[in-house]
Ligand binder design. Structure first.
Ligand code: GLV
Ligand code: MG
Length: 337
């Protein structure tokens, strides 16, 4: 894990380095917290999630928006979140709140904000608009311009259609985030249970095309892919099942709505110990076999599997995720030969 003392404070990093750092951070669990609830914000401080987002959008009723903004600014100044990455979800551009959200939150507490989560993104121009407003607000507040990331949410058919443009719309974009509830409503899916398969669609995964499109666009442009919420918060097994599917597909993490989902989310989106050990073993064996001392061989047997350069790349993914989660090999001989 990175030694926090060696990471320069955000204001000392150039924007490119800062955004690269934000993009690389783990996001196995992304905790949604309503900005209108001081009690829930306080509770969120202690939860061991990778990212927390304070919500000004759909978890906050219209008449509570102003108060939620005040709560969020106060909470950012108080700090104390166990989550290393702190994000605020602003309201979508089709409301009257977006500019006010950015002005108030970034203008008054921008040095405490790693990124803004932008919901219901339908086109690249919505991200560009946020980038422009953010740049002005950062400058007016004496903050370095370009230091706050943007995490666009893909929540309807048009957003999915325009996903490549959205992914490449701004250097600030860190992730692409699936919003299943809004998406299901937008396409007219016949279910009211968010996170589960719609009744009657068997066999198969009703979300596969959407998830894979988000994943491919994210990977094509060096971004993380994040899955949205599973609303039945008392159904831990159901959450685990849904999370395991997107983790298997390659997603980096998933929203969590309740403390009961946190441990399962962190576990599901980290490699298992045996997977991590195998990845480290592959990397060591492959490094040896491709070296001059090892015979400069490009294909090598590892157990009963034939490895080549593509195997090394797959092992690197598992290894990087495991290391980011603080994992080490269970037995040093795995990497010694
Ligand atoms: C989240 O915003 C969702 O719509 O699922
Ligand atoms: Mg939504």
């Amino acid at each position: 894990m990175t030694d926090a003392r060696q990471v320069p404070p955000p204001s000392a990093q150039d924007p490119v380095a800062r955004i690269a750092d934000l993009r690389a951070r783990p996001r196995r669990t992304v905790l949604a917290v309503p900005g209108s609830s001081v009690r829930m914000i306080d509770k969120a401080r202690g939860l061991p999630v990778d990212e927390v987002f304070l919500d000004l959008e759909d978890a906050v009723a219209g008449p509570a928006k102003d108060e939620a903004r005040e709560n969020v600014v106060a909470a950012l100044h108080t700090g104390g979140f166990a989550a290393p990455t702190v994000v605020v979800r602003v309201n979508a551009w089709d409301t009257e709140y977006t500019v006010r959200d950015v002005t108030e939150v970034v203008g008054r507490a921008g040095s405490k904000v790693d990124a803004l989560l932008l919901p219901k993104v339908r086109s690249a121009s919505e991200v560009v608009a946020l980038d422009l407003v953010l740049t002005q607000v950062e400058k007016a507040a004496g903050l370095p311009a370009g230091h706050i990331g943007i995490e666009p949410q893909i929540e309807d058919a048009l957003g999915l259609t325009n996903i490549t443009g959205i992914a490449t719309s701004s250097p600030r974009v860190l992730t692409l985030v699936f919003g299943p509830a809004d998406f299901m409503a937008s396409v007219g899916m016949r279910t009211l249970t968010v996170g589960e398969q719609p009744e009657g669609y068997t066999p198969g995964d009703a979300y596969h095309h959407v998830l894979m499109s988000i994943l491919v666009a994210a990977r094509a442009h060096g971004l993380q892919a994040i899955d949205g919420p599973f609303l039945k918060v008392r159904d831990e097994e159901g959450f685990r099942r849904a999370a395991a599917r997107t983790a298997a597909l390659g997603f980096d993490g998933k929203w969590v709505l309740h403390p009961s989902q946190v441990d399962a989310g962190n576990e599901v989106f980290s490699p298992r110990q045996d997977e991590f050990d195998k990845a480290e073993g592959i990397l060591a064996a492959y490094a040896h076999s491709t070296s001059v001392e090892g015979g400069a061989r490009g294909a090598v047997m590892f157990g009963d599997e034939m490895l080549d350069e593509a195997s090394r790349k797959m092992a690197l993914v598992v290894s990087a995720r495991g290391r980011a989660a603080g994992m080490t090999v269970s037995d040093p001989t795995i990497t010694n030969g």
